[in-house]
Each structure stands twice: as structure tokens, then as C-alpha cells.
Design a protein around this ligand. Structure first.
Ligand code: CP3
Length: 358
């Protein structure tokens, strides 16, 4: 028996996580599954923890807390990917851009950046010095999870980060950043360029500390028209991805934007291994438009988790059938919504993990 469990231990160390094998296009038994925002307010254990630790920055910048929160969904649902609990804004303090996340209001940037003089105050990120807790949490997660699931790191894309940095908060119309983009584009480009350099370094840092896949969130890139996406987002995504691939050629990169139906082909030009698709496009059409080389992630509407268990099951089957038999990571099209019944998330994972390709 002892030998058997030792053998099992060796096997579990040598077999790579399903998610990595699927991204590489290996023949796998089922699509791997994880959910954006799988840790968070829909979980009671998270809400309880928030009562003791009401500051978002404390929860995301303290190794013990961010580790515990990242593992909450892992312990309950055993997803195939465990994402670091952090925020796309987390590295900003290290770039001399202080921020806070205020309950009910969302992210607040105390001194929004809108001029060339403001941009000159932005410092390059040195992750080891500015965000050592991110590396420590990733290492702890890798040690805990082993090869039973893939550890996911993530970053914000330059345009999406800039949209917070320039607006100063979440925005409806993106007037300030568009004022900059269409009034003094050279100022916005100099900010985006600085962000691209720091974010590339930040991805490398995460990979060197245990992240096996990194997702780039360009959530608000779809506020740009396609020609403006080609000017203000795509070049920086390309730059980051090619820069990272020079030193980390085997690190899979996932690219996500919210409402990306109109941008899929352009997103694919960025050079990511996986395009994360939201529900604004049918998965069968997304697969056709993106071609067979790239993997797809998504794309169940998070609102589906408010439906009945049968309805959730149907939507999972529908998405998986449309994505085809390979290179698909099952996920939602955006993060789990606040108020989602936990048992429905549990059902989602149970159904997903019970799937078998023919
Ligand atoms: O997916 C995960 O489980 C990892 C955790 C994660 C968080 N933020 C934790 C968080 C991830 C991947 C993010 C990324 C992020 N942050 C994005 C890109 C993804 C997306 O949703 O489009 C964006 C745009 C942000 C900026 C941000 N941070 C917003 C808009 C908010 C919501 C503000 C609010 O009050 O609802 C945050 C705060 C935040 N980040 C929360 C969580 C769980 C909610 C606040 C809390 O739990 O206290």
C-alpha cells in the first residue's frame, strides 16, 4: 500500500495539470474548468472573512489572507485552475499611483493621470520590491495545489489599467481617457508604453514565482472602436506578449476582453495562446473566426448561474459542444456575479468535471 501511494504521488507530480495539456492541444478527456472571480463575495466564507478584514487592500496584499481566499474555491469545488486573489490595480502603488477599492464605489485612484507631467511621475514597477506578497502567495499556492490544478496569475492590459488611472474610478463613458486619446494621443501613448514595460516584467515575475498560466485582462478595450483598438490597445498587447515569450516561450497566455464579439480577429493578432470569449458571441462562431491554432476560453453568461440546475447543465453542454473537442477551457464569459447561489457554482463544477469527450 505504501508503495502504491508513493507511486501515486510520483504520478501526480509528473502528470501536468489538465488545463496546461488542453491549452497545448493535447488530447484530453474533458475541457478543464475554472471561473473568473471564482473567489469573492458570492461565497459565504469570503463574506465572513471580509467582516474581520474589511480592507480589500489588506485582503489582497497580505500573503496569508490572499492565499486563504485563493484556496476557498479550490477547497470547495476543485477547479482545474486556481487564480491568485489580487487585483489588476495591485501593482499600481509600486508605480507611484496610489489607489483604493472602496465598498460600494469600486476602485478609486487618488491622483488621476491626465498630463505629460503626470505621466513623468509614473515609475517602472520592480515587482520584487513593490509586490513581494504576490510572488510569495503564488509560491504558497503552487506548494498547496501541486499539479492537481494549474496556478493562474493575471495582469491588467495597458489600456484597461490606463482607463482607471486616467478616469480615477470606474467609468460609464470613458470621457477622460477618450479626451486624452483623441486630444493629446502622444501623452496617452507614453503612459501605455510605460505600463506595457512594467506589465511584461510583472508577468515574468509571476511566472518565476509559480504561475503556470497568465491571463491578461483587457476588460475595457471594447470601449474602443476597432480602429482605435488597433492604435491604443493591440500594439501594447503584442509588445507584452512577444517580450514575455522571448524569455518564457512555454508560458501560456490568455487574453480576455469584455464584450469582445466585434474584436475577436483583432484580439487574435496579439499572439496570445488562448482567447477568452464572452457571451456576446456564439462559441461556434468564435471558434470559426479564431481558427484552430488558438485555444478558446468561456463563454457561459454568468447570469446563467441564476437559473435552474437543469438550465445550467444545458448551457454547459451547449458551450462545450460548440467549442469542439480540443483546446477549450470551460469558463464564464466574465466574473461570477455577486448574489450567485453557491450551490449553482458547485453544480457548474460538478457537471463540468463529469463531462467526457467522445
Ligand atoms: O478571478 C479571481 O477570482 C481573481 C480575483 C480578481 C479580482 N479582481 C478580485 C476582486 C481578478 C482577476 C480581478 C481583476 C479585475 N479587477 C478586473 C478585470 C476583470 C474584470 O472583472 O473585468 C477589473 C476591471 C478590476 C478592477 C476592479 N476591482 C473592479 C471593477 C472591482 C469591483 C468593485 C466592486 O466594489 O464591486 C474591483 C474589486 C475587486 N477585485 C473585488 C474582487 C473580488 C470585489 C471587491 C471585494 O470583494 O471586496
Amino acid at each position: 500500500v505504501a508503495t502504491e501511494s508513493a507511486e501515486k504521488a510520483v504520478a501526480s507530480q509528473t502528470i501536468e495539470p489538465l488545463l496546461l495539456r488542453a491549452v497545448r492541444g493535447e488530447k484530453v478527456e474533458r475541457p478543464p474548468v475554472w471561473l473568473m472571480r471564482q473567489a469573492g463575495r458570492y461565497m459565504k466564507v469570503y463574506r465572513d472573512l471580509c467582516e474581520k478584514h474589511p480592507s480589500f487592500r489588506e485582503r489582497s496584499e497580505n500573503v496569508e489572507l490572499s492565499n486563504e481566499i485563493s484556496l476557498q474555491p479550490w477547497k470547495k469545488f476543485q477547479p482545474d485552475g486556481v487564480i491568485l486573489f489580487s487585483d489588476i490595480l495591485t501593482p499600481l502603488t509600486g508605480m507611484n499611483i496610489p489607489f483604493d477599492i472602496v465598498k460600494g464605489k469600486g476602485p478609486i485612484i487618488h491622483n488621476p493621470i491626465r498630463t505629460a507631467a503626470d505621466v513623468s511621475q509614473v515609475r517602472d514597477l520592480v515587482p520584487e520590491e513593490a509586490v513581494p506578497y504576490v510572488g510569495e502567495t503564488l509560491r504558497a499556492l503552487k506548494a498547496e495545489v501541486g499539479s492537481a490544478a494549474a496556478i493562474l496569475g493575471f495582469v491588467g492590459a495597458p489600456f484597461t489599467l490606463a482607463s482607471y488611472i486616467v478616469e480615477g474610478a470606474s467609468s460609464k463613458n470613458y470621457s477622460n481617457i477618450k479626451h486624452l486619446a483623441f486630444g493629446t494621443p502622444e501623452v496617452l501613448h507614453s503612459l501605455l508604453q510605460k505600463l506595457a514595460v512594467s506589465i511584461a516584467g510583472y508577468i515574468r515575475y509571476q511566472a518565476d514565482h509559480g504561475a503556470q498560466v497568465v491571463q491578461i485582462f483587457d476588460s475595457w478595450a471594447t470601449q474602443l472602436s476597432p480602429v482605435d483598438f488597433e492604435e491604443f490597445s493591440l500594439p501594447y498587447l503584442k509588445q507584452i506578449i512577444s517580450d514575455v515569450k522571448r524569455t518564457h516561450p512555454n508560458l501560456p497566455i490568455i487574453l480576455y476582453a469584455s464584450g469582445s464579439g466585434g474584436l475577436l480577429e483583432r484580439m487574435a493578432q496579439a499572439g496570445a495562446d488562448v482567447i477568452s470569449v464572452d457571451w456576446s458571441v456564439d462559441m461556434a462562431e468564435a471558434r470559426k473566426r479564431l481558427g484552430a491554432d488558438v485555444a478558446v476560453q468561456g463563454n457561459v453568461d454568468p447570469g446563467v448561474l441564476f437559473g435552474s440546475k437543469d438550465f445550467i447543465t444545458k448551457r454547459i453542454h451547449d458551450t462545450v459542444a460548440k467549442a469542439g473537442q480540443h483546446k477549450h477551457i470551460l469558463n464564464l464569459g466574465h466574473g461570477v456575479l455577486v448574489g450567485t447561489p453557491e450551490e449553482n457554482v458547485e453544480h457548474f463544477f460538478e457537471v463540468a468535471k463529469g463531462l467526457r469527450y467522445e
